[in-house]
Design a protein around this ligand. Structure first.
Ligand code: HEM
Length: 156
């Protein structure tokens, strides 16, 4: 179980950069598209695709860590009441998991609405709003010191 924990934490830790890079590209292309009035090009579609893909991988590995591999959350789940009184346990057991799940739902909903819109301007606008809010939540909840415990930026 220890090696499964290490491997899943490593994947979850590095995939955060893929999530952030793909999300930043979605935002950059949406702002460019809105300011220049250009078409919704394949690069925009591809960056949205990779953002959703990496978010789903993050969610999947996150759920595995949460319920199976992480000693922190499995311990918190065994006595949820006590975990709520400890700020670090509460961060992992509630805040990080819950807000990131909301971020995944927002990103997925945004990408579905983008597909349904036909005007390029609407596609750029929806991408900017939904992915922007999702990224904001993700940045708040990544344990890099903004909120919650400080974890390594690059785990080896
Ligand atoms: C979707 C965006 C998410 C991002 C960007 C993200 C990012 C991170 C990062 C950077 C860490 C620290 C890794 C390290 O220490 O090297 C972490 C840990 C963790 N994440 Fe996430 N996460 C996300 C979603 C989730 C979700 C949805 C869950 C659970 C439902 C989850 C559960 C956990 C757990 C349990 C840990 C660490 C536990 C431990 O150290 O034992 N994450 N996450």
């Amino acid at each position: 179980m220890d090696s499964l924990y290490k491997i899943s934490l490593l994947i979850h830790s590095w995939n955060r950069w893929a999530v952030l890079i793909a999300g930043a590209l979605v935002i950059i292309y949406a702002i460019k598209g809105l300011s220049s009035g250009s078409a919704y090009k394949p690069v925009s579609r591809k960056s949205m695709f990779y953002f959703i893909l990496t978010m789903h991988l993050q969610l999947l590995v996150g759920l595995f860590l949460y319920f199976v591999a992480s000693p922190i959350t499995t311990h918190a789940l065994s006595d949820f009441g006590a975990a709520m009184k400890d700020s670090t346990a509460r961060f992992w057991a509630v805040e990080h998991a819950f807000l990131n799940i909301i971020a995944v739902v927002l990103a997925q909903t945004g990408s579905i609405i983008v597909k349904r819109k036909s005007a390029d301007r609407d596609k750029h606008r929806i991408s900017l709003i939904w992915v922007g809010i999702a990224l904001f939540l993700i940045l708040l909840m990544i344990p890099m010191g903004l909120m919650g415990p400080d974890r390594p930026w690059f785990r080896f």
